[in-house]
Ligand binder design. Structure first.
Ligand SMILES: [Zn+2]
Ligand SMILES: [Zn+2]
Length: 559
């Protein structure tokens, strides 16, 4: 049952069908067992015609194979780039001569290859790098019954902010269960470039059972970032049931409900995994908790309950609030930048129409409070904004994107002379020193700025934000605040003590913490009624309708 590229596109255009998935699974004869020996055998050059097995998957691979994709992720391209003896798609269908490791690496590339229009991969000796904007080809959000009013927006998982999957996973001495940990960030990356989070939400509830997920197992998170919380089994319609649907961030593959050869998996551990016939550990999906890998069998680094490294998000809006009773009934993608989300609430139908470009997010709400709009300037990520086709392999270094100064669309920037290029906050501005506020200065305030506001905060966990410095009524003529200068603007409170003052960071736990200083250029000063206790939330609420641009820097301090 060969699937031509045109046919594939037609299928993609029609979205997912369980019919197709079922057909794929039914029609495929079991594949020959994977080689469990021959690890030292180099791949043998093969003829260019696939010769076995003649399955939909094999044909699909052939259709998607090397020269047709302009991206860097074909096995051939990878082999050329890295000099590594990777297998070609043809060889994979005839895999007896390939070592399991080599095969696994090439399979990685192939799994993503089926989504080459939205994902690109590259690799070095350590990681497979996966670049995407985090948005799937399938519709989103439809079916959500417990909605936080977040929207799916394209993210910048590119360059140094790409996903990183270890190419040489190792079993951990102390595997980490996802049952009571890893509530922050992703735990896996699907082969369509969409991250997968813990099946439990940040309150420890089953996100699927709570009605928080759409018909594809995903939703938009607090940074308007789309991600799955359960296994995206629908992807198998495009990659074949014998391919991994995702990779856990420890590097081990995640297969669907069945083994690559169609058999029922046996002997699964608490993380939904076991050693496969090739001698390599892998995970499986399940229809009930944990749905996906239930933890990290392999070695990972966990910081602040999140696996590192993983990409940073660039939220454009503040996190939204739940809208009890709302049910999302439709989602229309008009083009790459323009979408409409439709929902019902109390028998009425409402919508949000939004356009997200490189420079702005413009939202038109048609809801219970009438028609209204919101606009946000988009801060551009300076580094690593490669395009999917021609991006060079990302540098194999820790993700630092969020530590770079963020420039708003208008060129509005903020910096601190107290920090060097490593963006580390010197101890004198923390509770380990004399605790004075750091010097900051800014430039290119947008025209029309009548007032500025400043906030310094740290995100300790999902929904757990601490703030240290809140200043508003900063005159538009001011472009700097010197260290320890209390004379400029009006001070709001901090989350540390009752003073209307700068509270120096004083992290309880050991390790590195990040603190973001944001400067808001405002078209008018915020208004507060008498006796309002101004903190970060009240300030952000008061300026949300008058913010022209935001500039920020993220500093780190390690105790
Ligand atoms: Zn989520
Ligand atoms: Zn298995």
């Amino acid at each position: 049952m060969p699937i031509s590229r045109r046919e594939l596109r037609r299928l993609l255009a029609f979205g997912f069908g369980t019919t197709l998935l079922a057909a794929c699974m039914r029609d495929q004869p079991p594949r020959p067992p994977r080689p469990s020996q021959g690890a030292d055998n180099p791949p043998t050059p093969q003829a260019t015609t696939p010769n076995s097995p003649s399955t939909a998957t094999a044909s699909l691979r052939a259709t998607m194979a090397p020269s047709q994709t302009p991206l860097s992720l074909t096995p051939t391209a990878l082999a050329t780039r890295t000099g590594a003896p990777l297998a070609t798609a043809t060889q994979l269908t005839n895999a007896n001569a390939i070592s399991p490791t080599t095969q696994a690496q090439a399979l990685r590339a192939l799994g993503f290859d089926a989504f080459a229009d939205v994902v690109s991969t590259s690799q070095d000796d350590t990681y497979l790098y996966i670049e995407s904007n985090g948005l799937p080809r399938h519709p989103m959000m439809i079916g959500i019954r417990s909605w936080q009013q977040q929207l799916p927006l394209a993210q910048t998982y590119r360059g140094s902010n790409a996903w990183k999957v270890p190419l040489h996973p190792h079993p951990a001495v102390n595997p980490v269960s996802a049952r009571n940990a890893l509530y922050r960030g992703a735990i896996a990356i699907a082969v369509n470039g969409v991250p997968i989070f813990n099946a439990l939400n940040n309150r420890g509830d089953d996100a699927y059972l709570a009605g928080e997920l759409d018909n594809w197992g995903g939703h938009a998170g607090r940074a308007d970032d789309y991600h799955y919380h359960i296994a995206p089994l629908h992807l198998q319609a495009f990659i074949g049931a014998d391919q991994p649907i995702a990779y856990a961030l420890d590097g081990y593959a995640i297969y669907g409900l069945l083994e690559p050869n169609g058999a029922e998996p046996v002997g699964l551990d608490a993380f939904n995994g076991h050693i496969g016939p090739d001698g390599v550990y892998h995970y499986h999906a399940s229809k009930t908790y944990p749905y996906i890998n239930g933890g990290m069998y392999g070695q990972v680094t966990v910081q602040d309950d999140q696996i590192e490294p993983q990409p940073r998000l660039d939220p454009i809006r503040q996190p939204q609030q739940p809208l009890p009773g709302a049910v999302i009934t439709d989602f229309i993608t008009h083009d790459a930048t323009h979408s409409t989300l439709v929902y019902t609430l109390n028998g009425q139908t409402y919508s949000i129409d939004y356009e997200h470009t490189a420079s702005a997010l413009n939202l038109q709400f048609h809801d219970a409070s009438g028609d209204h709009t919101e606009s946000y300037a988009v801060r551009s990520r300076a580094a690593g904004a490669g395009n999917a086709g021609a991006a060079p392999p990302p540098a194999p270094q820790p993700t630092t994107s969020e530590s770079q100064p963020v420039t708003s669309a208008t060129g509005f920037t903020v910096r601190s002379s107290a920090v060097a290029s490593d963006m580390a906050l010197p101890a004198q501005y923390t509770c380990d020193g004399n605790g004075m506020s750091p010097p900051i200065e800014w430039a290119n305030t947008p025209s029309g700025t009548q007032s500025l506001a400043l906030v310094m905060h740290h995100v300790a966990g999902v929904g757990d934000v601490h703030w240290y410095w809140v200043v508003y009524n900063i005159p538009p003529t001011i472009t700097a605040i010197a260290a320890n200068d209390r004379s400029i603007g009006t001070y709001g409170g901090n989350s540390v003590n009752p003073d209307l003052a700068y509270a120096p960071p004083c992290s309880k736990g050991p390790g590195r913490k990040e603190y973001t200083i944001s400067l808001y250029a405002l078209s008018a000063a915020p208004q507060f009624s008498a006796n309002t206790k101004v903190d970060r939330d009240t300030l952000l609420a008061a300026i949300s309708d008058r913010t022209l641009a935001v500039a920020s820097i993220t500093l780190s301090y390690t105790r």
